[in-house]
Design a protein around this ligand. Structure first.
Ligand SMILES: Cc1cc2nc3c(=O)[nH]c(=O)nc-3n(C[C@H](O)[C@H](O)[C@H](O)COP(=O)(O)OP(=O)(O)OC[C@H]3O[C@@H](n4cnc5c(N)ncnc54)[C@H](O)[C@@H]3O)c2cc1C
Ligand code: FES
Length: 293
């Protein structure tokens, strides 16, 4: 499904704290809210700001509707790590941002028995909309797209420590969602890596009845994709490759992807246009992880 992207403005309606260093902003922006799909993203920029000059990409956390049920706002879940996210985390209600989107492909629609979402750190943000579409019948896009459908869903969510784990109230209302937390320091849930919780889920039952979606640090997504490959389970990864333009012009976001037509067997794809969601077995992970000269 192709969505037309727009350049417009968005107004901050509210800001809330999700956890230490993590915020959620609700932005009034009806034209993007009515079009955007789970897994798509948008670029945000502060008007008149020269530091940073370039926009920054953010995944759709979810859309919010007005009293008539029309989507009028988009939520963004934000990890404060640098200049722009630092400025965003302090924006007052009524502040205006430049925005362009919806951008990228988003997660494809599919039917599965068990939807397994594997998130690391702020990479959990795209899974709020995915879970609501798959489990609560929420619809996205205009006209509404063919939804992701699942009989049940799991969210495996890994963070460094309990203090960084986002508030889970957006998940708790979803029927049939099982949330499993793991922390590196053991301060909550399983002590260890998301793959240690994923492996037994992949081993149980038929591989054809499961679909894995993953978003987070590249090393984590590589490990998830590799485990899925070993178990024959379909896997889609949403990459958070740094981006400068967001609409295909600058090639700052390229990702190595398998390509049988290329002499080397792989070629670059722009994550902002052909991604940010790619099939896990299509990404050349070793090359993506290799340090650049
Ligand atoms: C498609 C997509 C969706 C995204 N969705 C979200 C989201 O929902 N919530 C969210 O908080 N962030 C998201 N990000 C990441 C977000 O865009 C960056 O965190 C943001 O651009 C940082 O800007 P800054 O000015 O605060 O930090 P900067 O000052 O630019 O950078 C601070 C530090 O973070 C590093 N850094 C910057 N961007 C990235 C990145 N993408 N990956 C790894 N390291 C990085 C820099 O190298 C630097 O060390 C997404 C990125 C992409 C591509
Ligand atoms: S960010 Fe410019 S081409 Fe992708």
């Amino acid at each position: 499904m192709i969505t037309t992207s727009l350049q417009t403005t968005a107004t901050v309606l509210e800001r809330s704290l999700l956890s230490e260093e993590n915020y959620r902003l609700r932005l009034h922006c009806p034209t993007i809210a009515e079009r955007i799909l789970p897994g798509q993203f948008f670029m945000l920029r502060l008007p008149g700001c020269t530091d940073p000059l370039l926009g920054r990409p953010f995944a759709l956390y979810d859309t919010a509707a007005d009293a008539t049920g029309e989507p009028v706002a988009i939520d963004v879940g934000l990890h404060q790590i640098g200049k722009f996210t630092g400025l965003m985390s302090q924006l007052p209600t009524g502040a205006v941002l430049d925005i362009w989107g919806p951008l990228g492909n988003g997660f494809p629609p599919f039917q599965t028995e068990h939807l397994i979402q594997v998130a690391g750190g702020i990479g959990y943000t795209p899974f709020v909309a995915v879970s609501r579409e798959a489990l609560a019948g929420k619809r996205y896009g205009s006209p509404a797209r063919q939804p992701i459908q699942a009989q049940r869903a799991s969210l495996i969510y890994g963070v460094r420590s309990r203090a960084l784990r986002a508030d889970l109230s957006d998940w708790q209302t979803l029927p049939g969602l099982d949330v499993q937390i793991c922390t590196e320091d053991g301060s909550e849930g399983h002590r260890g890596l998301v793959t240690e919780l994923l492996e037994p889920m992949l081993r149980a039952g038929s591989a054809q009845k499961k679909t894995v979606l993953t978003c987070g640090p590249v090393r984590m997504m590589h490990a998830v994709a590799e485990l899925c490959r070993q178990h024959g389970v379909a896997c889609w990864a949403s990459l958070e490759t740094p981006m400068a333009c967001g609409y295909g012009a600058c090639f700052s976001c390229v990702v190595p992807v398998r390509d049988a037509a290329a002499e080397s067997g792989w070629d670059y794809r722009r994550s902002c246009v052909e991604g940010p969601v790619f099939r896990g077995d299509q990404i050349v992970w070793e090359r993506l992880l290799a340090p650049t000269a």
